[in-house]
Design a protein around this ligand. Structure first.
Ligand code: ATP
Length: 230
């Protein structure tokens, strides 16, 4: 279980997170939805330890997140971080090795993932020669190659065609089925509604709704609830 508890953060005078709390259950795909600037990336960066929030904490299995927990996170940043001149397969193996995976296992896992996301035939292409959608598929392989115990993906579905969305969803679901909490962000409610088990909705740095997707959808359709974004 990944838990974010009472996170608040300021940039200068501007409060960008205001008492953000939610849980990401093992085995669940949790969609983190909010408009541009709502605070999704900042929350993810706080989970990863890339920023130190002004207050609040991140827990893994009810204990304060450790460096070892963070090393086991598979992260896909919003600003994609691939090396343009490196070949796709080589690059995925390189990142796996940074996580301590041996080269032979990494090469095998990279091939499996490339096959799963429909990028196998581009394994020897340089990243700079791929379309943006294909670069994104490669980035998802990087996030998954060390079989992470927690997955955090910033806008993984944006810009993907429906076939790629299905393929990526299947590999995320496989990680969830192996017991990993999976958190992914999107600014499109309709995307997240289709793809997630649970929803966390953030608006102007505050969580305005959270829970099982179906329950939230029912509240929404009965007019009991406004999502805060449309
Ligand atoms: P987007 O999808 O547009 O990235 P988001 O929900 O991920 O949206 P954040 O990136 O977390 O939102 O940004 C929240 C707010 O914090 C925004 O108003 C943004 O301009 C501001 N912000 C983010 N990073 C910084 C920074 N390093 N310095 C100052 N302000 C920042």
């Amino acid at each position: 279980m990944l838990e974010v508890r009472n996170l608040s953060h300021h940039y200068g005078d501007r409060q960008v997170l205001d008492d953000v709390s939610f849980e990401v259950a093992p085995g669940h795909l949790t969609g983190f939805v909010g408009a541009n600037g709502a605070g999704k990336t900042t929350t993810m960066r706080a989970i990863l330890g890339l920023i130190r929030p002004n207050s609040g904490e991140v827990l893994v299995n009810a204990r304060s997140i450790s460096n070892a927990d963070r090393a086991g996170i598979g992260y896909m940043p919003e600003e994609r971080g691939l090396y343009p001149k490196m070949k796709v397969h080589e690059q995925i193996v390189y990142f796996a090795q940074l996580h301590g995976v041996d080269k032979t296992s990494a090469a095998k896992r990279a091939d499996e993932l490339l096959e799963r996301v429909g990028l196998a035939e581009r394994r020897e292409s340089k990243v700079e020669d791929l379309s943006l959608g294909n670069q994104q598929r490669a980035q998802i392989c990087v996030a998954l190659v060390h079989d992470p115990s927690i997955l955090i993906l910033d806008e993984p579905f944006s810009g993907l065609d429906p076939i790629a969305v299905e393929a990526v969803l299947a590999v995320l679901q496989e990680r969830a089925d192996a017991g990993a909490p999976v958190l992914f962000s999107s600014h499109q409610l309709e995307v997240v509604e289709k793809l997630s088990d649970d929803l966390v909705i953030i608006s102007n740095g505050r969580v305005v709704a959270k829970g099982a997707r179906q329950a939230l959808q029912e509240q929404h359709s009965q007019g009991l609830y406004r999502f805060g974004i449309d």
